[in-house]
Design a binder for this molecule. Structure first.
Ligand SMILES: *Cc1c(COP(=O)(O)O)cnc(C)c1O
Length: 418
C-alpha cells in the first residue's frame, strides 16, 4: 500500500492533500506518513519471523524527529544511536533506555557517562581502548556496562564509497582477526560485560551477498571466541538494507533478508540485534517544493525549485537520485535540469531528466526523502531550517518548525568590542 498517491489529479499523503500542507505550512517542507512508517516497521519485523530471539533498534540518524521516533517506539522498536544527542532524543520520544544501543566511532567520555547514567542497553565498542575507558567509568559508578565489539569483516558492500563502512580501510570497528585478543584483555574486567560482536558494513545495500559474507565471518568468530571460553550471548547485525529510489528499481525485500539471516545464523544461539534506518524511514517521506522559475538555457531548461542542497543534501553529497513528481501532473513531459537556489553548482538535483512538465508556481515532491533528508539539513545561504510535517490519516501536524533567519540571528552575538 503506497500512502503517497494522486487522487482526482492531485497528490495526497494518506488522506491529506499536499496542497493543503503547502497552503498551511509553506514550502519547502518534509512530509512523513505515519501509516507508511508503521507498515515498514511491521514488514521488517515480519521478515525476521524466522529469528526467535531478536531486538530491533531503529537507526535514529536516518530520521531523528521526535514524532517519528514516537511512532517507532509505539511499534515496539528500540533505538540505535550514535551520539549523546540521539540518545536523549530516543529516551525523550518514549523508548526504554534498556532498548537503546550506542554505536559511534568517536564516543566521548561525557557521552559514555551519559549512556551509563541513562542505563542504556548496550554499548557497541569501536576500539579496545574505548572498552577499558568504559569499564573504568562504569566500575567507578558501581555499574557493569553491557557491551559488544564492532568488528570490520573487510567485505565490499558494493555501495557508494561515502556510505561503505565494512572494508579494511574504513574507520569503523576493529579488524575481525583482532577480536580474540581484545576479548581476552577485556573479559573479566570489572565494569564491563563483553557479551558479543557487532557488524555494520554500509548503507543502501542492493545485494544480500556482501551481508551474508560478513555474517558468515561473524559466525566463525562467535565459534572462535566460544572455543576460547568467552560467553557470547548477543550479535548485532547492523542495518544497511537498501530502498528503491528510482521508479521500477528493486531491492532485496525484508523477507529475503530475514530468510538469509535465519539460514546463516541457525545454531548461533544468541539474541540477534538489528539496526535498520533507511528501510524504515526512506520511503515514508517526501520533500515538498515549489517551482520558482523555469529558466531557458542553451541545453535543457533549468527547473529552479525553492528546496536546495541545504534542505536535501544527498544529491550533492552522494550523487543520489530522488524521483521528482508534480503534485498536479498535466500528462505532459519535459526533459530538464532541476536545481535549487543555493550558490553552488552542486545544488543540482537532476540533470537532463525526463519529468512531469512543470511551470513556475507549481508544486512537486522529491520522493524517498524520509531518511537522511531533514536530519542533514543546514541553513547554508542563510536559508530557513526546513520544517517537517507528520500525516496521520486525515490529520497532520507540524512536528518541526521552520526556523527563519531572524530566529537564527537571535542566537548570534556581535561582541560589544566590535
Ligand atoms: C547508519 C547506521 C545504521 C543504519 O543504516 P541504514 O542504512 O540506514 O539502515 C545502522 N547501524 C549503524 C552502526 C550505522 O552507523
Amino acid at each position: 500500500m503506497d500512502h503517497f498517491q494522486h487522487r482526482g489529479g492531485a497528490l495526497f499523503v494518506e488522506d491529506v492533500s499536499v496542497e493543503a500542507i503547502a497552503e498551511a505550512v509553506g514550502t519547502p517542507v518534509y512530509i512523513y506518513s505515519r501509516a507508511t512508517l508503521e507498515r515498514h516497521a511491521a514488514v521488517f519485523r515480519e521478515g525476521l519471523s524466522g529469528v526467535a530471539d531478536k531486538h530491533i533498534a531503529y537507526a535514529v540518524k536516518a530520521n531523528p524527529n521526535l514524532a517519528v521516533l514516537r511512532v517507532l517506539a509505539k511499534a515496539g522498536y528500540g533505538a540505535d544511536v550514535v551520539s549523546g544527542g540521539e540518545m536523549a532524543r530516543a529516551v525523550a520520544a518514549g523508548m526504554a533506555p534498556g532498548d537503546v544501543v550506542f554505536s559511534g566511532v568517536g564516543k566521548t567520555r561525557a557521552e559514555l557517562i551519559q549512556g551509563l547514567d541513562t542505563g542504556i542497553g548496550q554499548f557497541n565498542l569501536e576500539l579496545e581502548e574505548e572498552g577499558h575507558v568504559l569499564a573504568a567509568l562504569a566500575a567507578e559508578r558501581g555499574l557493569t556496562a553491557p557491551a559488544v565489539l564492532r568488528v570490520n569483516p573487510d567485505v565490499d558492500a558494493g555501495t557508494h564509497a561515502k556510505i561503505s563502512t565494512g572494508k579494511a580501510e574504513n574507520k569503523f570497528g576493529v579488524a575481525i582477526g583482532e577480536a580474540p585478543g581484545i576479548f581476552a584483555r577485556l573479559a573479566g574486567k570489572p565494569g564491563i560485560e563483553l557479551r558479543g560482536i557487532a557488524v555494520h558494513i554500509g548503507s543502501q545495500l542492493g545485494d544480500l551477498a556482501p551481508l551474508e559474507a560478513a555474517y558468515r565471518r561473524v559466525g566463525e568468530m562467535v565459534a572462535t571466541l566460544r572455543a576460547a571460553g568467552h560467553r557470547i550471548t548477543h550479535v548485532d547485525l547492523g542495518g544497511g538494507l537498501g530502498v528503491p529510489y528510482r521508479p521500477g528499481e528493486t531491492m532485496p525485500s525484508p523477507a529475503a533478508f530475514g530468510e538469509m539471516v535465519a539460514r546463516v545464523t541457525a545454531g548461533w544461539n544468541v539474541r540477534l540485534m538489528f539496526e535498520p534506518g533507511r528501510v524504515i524511514a526512506g520511503n515514508a517521506g517526501v520533500l515538498l517544493t515549489r517551482v520558482v522559475w523555469v529558466k531557458p538555457s542553451g541545453g535543457h531548461p533549468w527547473v529552479i525549485v525553492d528546496a536546495a542542497m541545504n534542505d536535501l543534501a544527498r544529491p550533492a553529497l552522494y550523487d543520489a537520485y530522488h524521483d521528482f513528481v508534480a503534485v498536479r501532473p498535466t500528462g505532459e513531459r519535459l526533459v530538464a535540469n532541476i536545481a535549487g537556489p543555493v550558490c553552488e553548482s552542486g545544488d543540482t538535483f537532476a540533470k537532463a531528466r525526463e519529468i512531469n512538465a512543470v511551470a513556475a508556481g507549481d508544486l512537486a515532491v522529491f520522493r524517498t526523502a524520509g531518511a537522511y533528508g531533514a536530519t542533514m539539513a543546514s541553513t547554508y545561504n542563510s536559508r530557513a531550517k526546513v520544517p517537517e510535517v507528520l500525516v496521520d490519516g486525515a490529520r497532520f501536524a507540524v512536528v518541526s518548525d521552520r526556523i527563519e533567519p531572524a530566529a537564527q540571528m537571535a542566537g548570534e552575538t556581535v561582541p560589544d568590542w566590535l
